[in-house]
Design a protein around this ligand. Sequence first.
Ligand code: ATP
Ligand code: MG
Length: 585
Amino acid sequence: MTTSTFETIGKPPVDQFKVKPNLDPDNVGEFDWEQVYSELDWLPGGGLNKAHEAIDRHANGPRRDKIAMIWEGKNGEREDYTFGQMKELTDRFAGALQNLGIETGDRVFLFLDRIPELYIAFFGILKAGAVVGPLFSAFGPDPVRDRLEDSGAKILVTQPDLRRKVAEILSQLPALEHTIIINKNGRDESALEAGDLDYDAQMEAAPSDFSIVNTSQYDYSIMHYTSGTTGKPKGAVHRHQACVQQYATGKWALDLHEDDIYWCTADPGWVTGTSYGMMAPWTNGVTQLIYEGGFRASAWFEQIQKHKVTVWYTAPTAIRMLMKAGVAVPHRYDLSSLRFSASVGEPLNPEAVVWGEEAIGMPFHDNWWQTETGAIMCANYAAMPIKPGSMGRPIPGVELGIVDDDFNAVPAGEDGNLVVRPNWPGMFHAYWENSTMYNSRFKKGWYITGDRARVDEDGYFWFVGRADDVINTAGHLVGPFEVESALIEHPDVAEAGVIGKPDPIAMEIVKAFVSLNDGVEESTALRNDIMRFAREKLSTMVAPREIEFVPSLPKTRSGKIMRRLLKARELGLPEGDTSTLEDDD
Ligand code: ATP
Ligand code: MG
């Protein structure tokens, strides 16, 4: 049983790949994480530090002059940084932090656009033994204050315009000792306010050489607040150890090879932008593109063409937006450099997987993980047939389970709670100062993901929905993803969000909010047609009973459909935490 109406996309014979895939999931054999741990470099004192594994080990070896980062700014500026240069700059920033009294375990937060200095500061913080907290630059004052207050951050690294945006909250944070301002290439005229520190001056004053603090693999390295899709964002804390899984999955799930030019479109304010926009490519010594500009279909394809991107990691919302722009756009560009593309963050509708073949010459490979898991847990690998709509198979060394509410395994093909056997290397180690919530996620020897899924006879996992979003209609449990995927197969539908609407007879009915493709007019006839289309694809039980047209769906700033908000609005209930809600466009 699958959600997909599409045929499995067969894998090409191995000799037809441009590059031989790193992982053949059918031939993993005896697996032991120790083997992967031994591929890391480790600190001379036996410690582990993410900055050493991502930067210094390459700077100290044959990749010293290899380009680590190709940066394209929003105004078309270009800057390249080798691993050697990254080492020098991150050493300096670590030294600057030490000059300011930063010690192991202190929190230093970043509130920056995607400029090279964000990446330099990130690894400088890790080298100093501190915990880095990246914030998404589109946040307004309240979400920034909440996160700085909750984490007790001592230093905020930001830029002039963003500092101005949150000016009012900076005096309300007793733990905050310094604000460091980066005025990238003098973009801003009035850079510093009273009391601010200038990044360039701090770098200048710092020693040119720095000895990385001897952190252990168990020391905290980063805290990321979750997306807030289901409620108030939680500060998930990770250890240096997570880099082993970020490194391994960069190889296995993103199939990174030495000569790749890799592009991850996620912002470093979210976990994908650090685990896969920094750690995975750089622990693998791979060159990556950082594009500061925002989303525009033509600009994105131009980036691939211009920088000859080979491996591309993006997200379902972006792919649906590209689909909305139409297949003619990618066809205007030479995308022949691309050899592998992947997606994460939300369920990837089968339609979108298959669209990849037509638009960019290959399907998108969906993979699943969470802020809490720190790294990819389940993936469609290059050397594996794709069943569109499935999130693939667990990575080596990770055990996923599907269990009922009493933690009994459910048979293949049946929906249940998606759980993980604890102590995978990337596992989060705390919700910041909220051990009650942390502990509540572990029961009967499992970590509870909060997602529902099923596994088929071939061991492929299929996402059903978030446990909170699952709809109970006349005794049937319906996952919104299945319904949304069917709806977006309709030629006029761009996006769909599905909720359970309380009903006196059926308990809940399936209600769909639908946004239409550009240029399509709303009409009753169209609504009826979509309704009929959905009934043909799905059983009448599962097909929506109500369809409402909306210009766009409420999403988190990381691009996830906020079904809880659709529901609260439908029922006239309080909206709850909306700190991560994207502005209307
Ligand atoms: P919060 O926990 O604050 O409600 P969030 O769960 O959206 O927010 P993230 O950690 O960014 O925060 O997202 C992880 C979740 O995203 C997963 O639990 C899952 O629901 C969804 N997700 C991620 N990748 C996939 C995928 N490939 N298929 C289906 N769902 C996915
Ligand atoms: Mg979550």
